[in-house]
Design a protein around this ligand. Structure first.
Ligand code: ARG
Length: 571
């Protein structure tokens, strides 16, 4: 990887000067915006200067001079600006790099750095009897992309759908079904009918407060394994999962494990009792059981209510224990919205107290998805718009665009293109923003073939594919024929791909990778528009250019696939 290469180079110099050698993380390799300042810049002279009691300029100067003397083949020249050392890559090195990347293009960006380590990525986590909405798209797509990225780095990834399938709401739902439910309605449109019942329960509750009691009783019966209630709960669960699966199938999302909150229900009483016995948990207000988290500056974790009911947090503690025991993961990612930050801070703090910290635990939090009016995307009734409706609408819009763009293609292919474009657009819209920020969801921007969108990237790929199609067989070529600036910038950008993937995993972000691919597309489109490729009358150079195109197409595809986005050979 290019960053490692530069770091080693710098450390060699430090060693030769008998200066302190730096850890990899201590060396920041930057990419100056202005190419006059080199392809890469290193600012270590500032810190070193303090240690060595010299000026940063002096230290930078020495580093630059020594590199100049050593004349590494990778570097054409080094310059200093203030305390910065700026590196310019050599043409030879860039030509050789293209040859290497081309040869290895299918695996470029992959590594084995995570080999032998397991990682559990928990994402999507819809709740039984509730529609999946646009917020679920964000966790689903983000979790899937992170899982792909870790897999690409050699980790054994376990994709986990932690269903929201337990809690007092099921008592209310069962009560509502017994009072007003229709089997037929539930069978025709399960989640819609179940949501309707839940809403009705709450409306009726205003007039009939005694219903509250009824809900609690039904839940108690469910917990006590009452046959009828258990059967109803199972039925609601099964039908809901079927609907979720339909959505996952459309989105191309898979899980290895579907184990939700209900799975841990049975262990909770003994878990709480054990914690109490060990003095870790204590009785707090109104008979509730709590774990004090003062040492973490957090409010106490409530793990059992006064009436003995378990809580969301208790189930998460049990689930964590189960996961650590059974899978021994090195890392566990919870891809869940910002609004649950406190919950995860408490869970992770409790995990420390309970010695459940054998894995690195991370809350991969993300912001809201807002409508174009910057308000929550909701129906006129104030409900969140069901995800399936969002997908449906996107498909229709995409079809119209594709229909116009690709008039000559057969109907079936147009439909397939529209589908792939839609899914790409929706996913990219979720991944292109920094995950901590809210997304302002825009139909137009998302489907804009010339903007920062998946369709633009997919279109770029298709364009490259069509050039290669027309070119026919490419022979071995002489890369020294590539001398244009527009060619070098592409090769330089290709060199950064492995680092972009590593950064994605390190920070659990996808927006940097999306940006990388967008920039790559811009560069290759500029190249294509300004430089003859197929029409280049120098055969050797034409082939070299075609290889540059093929390599770029391949990396664009790998990158998009990491984000869970498919490419198309033609649009
Ligand atoms: N089902 C929950 C919800 O919709 C999210 C679950 C998050 N994961 C967890 N381990 N608590 O709010």
């Amino acid at each position: 990887m290019i960053r490692d290469l530069l770091k080693n180079l710098v450390n060699e110099i430090l060693k030769s000067q008998n200066w302190p050698v730096l850890e990899s993380e201590e060396i920041q390799i930057e990419k100056p915006d202005n190419p006059d300042f080199g392809d890469y810049a290193v600012n270590i002279a500032f810190d070193l200067a303090k240690q060595l009691k010299k000026s940063p300029q002096e230290v930078a100067q020495t580093i630059a001079e020594e590199i100049d003397k050593a004349k590494p083949t990778e570097i054409a020249k080094v310059e200093t600006v203030g305390g910065y050392v700026n590196f310019f890559l050599s043409d030879d090195f860039l030509h050789q790099s293209l040859a290497d990347i081309y040869k290895n293009r299918k695996n470029y960006g992959k590594s084995a750095s995570g080999k032998g380590q397991k990682i559990i990525v928990e994402y999507s986590q819809p709740n039984i009897a509730k529609q999946m909405h646009i917020g679920h798209l964000r966790t689903t797509v983000l979790g899937d992309a992170m899982a792909n990225i870790y897999e690409n780095l050699g980790y054994k990834v376990i994709r986990w759908n932690y269903l929201g399938d337990w809690g007092t709401q099921f008592g209310k739902l069962i009560a509502a079904y017994k009072l007003w439910g229709s089997k037929k309605e539930i069978e025709t449109a399960p989640i819609r009918a179940l949501t309707g019942l839940y809403v009705k329960f709450h409306q009726e509750l205003k007039e009939h407060p005694e219903l509250d009691r009824r809900g609690q009783e039904e839940f108690a019966k469910l917990e006590a394994n009452d046959k009828e209630n258990r059967k109803l709960w199972k039925w609601f669960r099964k039908l809901s999962i079927k609907e979720f699966e339909r959505i996952y199938k459309t989105l191309g999302i898979n899980f290895d494990i579907w184990l939700g909150e209900s799975h841990f229900e049975k262990e909770l009483k003994s878990l709480v009792a054990d914690l109490r016995k060990r003095g870790i948990a204590e009785i707090g207000e109104e008979g509730a059981t709590i774990i004090k988290l003062d040492q973490f500056n957090l409010p106490p974790a409530l793990i059992q209510k006064g009436d003995g009911a378990s809580l969301y947090l208790t189930r998460d503690i049990a689930a964590l224990k189960y996961r650590l025991d059974k899978y021994k993961p090195a890392k566990l990612l919870y891809v869940v919205g910002n609004e649950q930050s406190l919950h995860f801070e408490q869970l992770f703090a409790a995990a420390k107290i309970l010695d459940l910290n054998t894995a690195e635990l991370s809350h991969i939090k993300y912001g809201l998805v807002l409508g174009e009016d910057k308000k929550k995307m909701s129906t006129r009734e104030g409900e969140a718009i069901p995800l399936e409706e969002v997908i449906q609408k996107a498909m229709e819009l995409a079809y119209k665009i594709v229909d116009k763009k690709s008039q000559d293609l057969p109907e079936k292919e147009k439909a397939e293109i529209a589908r792939t474009v839609t899914l790409g657009a929706l996913k990219y819209e979720m991944l292109n923003e920094h995950r901590n920020s809210d997304i302002v969801f825009s139909w137009e921007k998302m489907l804009d073939f010339s903007g920062n969108s998946a369709p633009y990237l997919q279109y770029t790929y298709a364009r490259l594919h069509s050039i290669l199609d027309k070119a026919g067989k490419i022979d071995k070529s002489d890369f020294t024929m590539l001398t244009e600036k527009s060619e070098f910038v592409i090769i330089k950008h290709l060199l950064n791909f492995p680092d972009a993937v590593v950064d994605s995993a390190r920070n659990n972000l996808t927006n940097n990778l999306a940006l990388y691919l967008y920039e790559l597309s811009n560069l290759v489109n500029q190249f294509y528009e300004t430089t003859p490729i197929l029409k280049d009358d120098d055969t050797t150079r034409r082939h070299a250019r075609l290889i540059l195109i093929q390599t770029t197409a391949s990396i664009l595809k790998s990158g998009l696939n990491l984000l869970g986005i498919q490419t198309l050979d033609r649009i």
